[in-house]
Design a protein around this ligand. Structure first.
Ligand code: NDP
Length: 253
């Protein structure tokens, strides 16, 4: 039977691939046969990942990219286009999270969060979108968050940025739909990564764990299924959607 989720020979760009969820995205796509360009600021991390990705028998191109810089994004996309000739799959996954009290939340931290989590996503999608339009083919996968639907105290910019990702996904899906490009978002629950590690052992982290119906944090591999669905031709008529992968956390009353 045909493998609906096949991505063999496709060309992917994973942004924010130097650690955590993006690193796992790059490995999952490579394991299923996609060639993967990996982008982030920490190039030494990308070089380490390159060897792991290439062990799956695919091509891997590490690219230095800071998504807060328009110039860096344009150069990154040009580099990948030169190396691969096309980009079939774009994972917009770069993200930061700066906790602080609302009344002392600095303008700099607000701007930094917005520049990374949503402005960078817009710029990257615009540049790769031009290529996907020419190709009349593409799969864009944005990383949202449970914080795109719900919020709590002390993290205002993150919640605002992730809420924006959810509606950006709808708008981008509408703009790219005529060109056979689907755009969807994955909203992870709580995963143990560099972004979250320090907060998981705090009372806030432990109370989050207690609220997860599956009684565990997300692990490497828990997002692979939805990633491959959105990245492959199994996802031929689903666009503008955000799927929550959170052990049931956001389905509770
Ligand atoms: P990590 O901190 O492990 O990874 C974040 C990634 O984003 C890194 O590769 C980092 O690379 C990259 N990044 C950050 N800033 C920039 C920048 N300016 N330019 C380019 N790349 C950048 O965290 P996670 O893996 O947890 O986070 C990945 C995504 O998942 C984020 O969007 C996050 O909001 C989201 N998410 C995570 C959850 C979790 O529980 N872990 C839950 C919900 C959503 P580098 O520093 O090398 O540039």
């Amino acid at each position: 039977m045909k493998n609906l989720f096949d991505v063999t020979g496709k060309y992917a760009l994973v942004v924010g691939a130097s650690s955590g969820i993006g690193r796992q995205f790059a490995k999952a796509l490579a394991e299923q046969g996609a060639n993967v360009a990996i982008a982030a600021r920490r190039v030494e991390r990308l070089e380490e990942l390159k060897a792991e990705v290439e062990a799956f028998g695919v091509k891997c191109v590490p690219v230095a990219c800071d998504v807060t810089s328009e110039e860096s994004i344009i150069t990154c996309v040009e580099t990948v286009k030169k190396e691969f000739g096309r980009i079939d799959i774009l994972c917009n996954n770069a993200g930061i999270d700066i906790f602080n009290d609302f009344f002392t939340y600095s303008t700099e931290d607000w701007d930094k969060t917005m520049d990374t989590n949503i402005r960078g996503m817009f710029l990257m999608s615009r540049e790769v979108g031009k290529l996907m339009k020419e190709q009349n083919y593409g799969k864009v996968i944005n990383t949202a968050s449970i914080g795109g639907r719900f919020a709590s105290e002390g993290n205002i910019a993150y919640y605002a940025s992730k809420g924006a990702v959810v509606n950006f996904t709808r708008g981008l899906a509408a703009d790219l739909a005529p060109y056979n490009v689907t755009v969807n978002a994955i909203a992870p629950g709580v995963f143990d990564t560099e972004l979250t590690h320090d907060t998981l052992s705090t009372p806030f982290g432990q109370s989050s764990l207690q609220r997860v119906p599956m009684k565990r944090f997300g692990e490497d591999g828990d997002l692979d299924g939805i990633l491959l669905y959105f990245a492959s031709d199994a996802c031929s008529y689903c666009t503008g959607q955000t799927i929550f992968v959170d052990g049931g956390l956001t389905m509770l009353l």
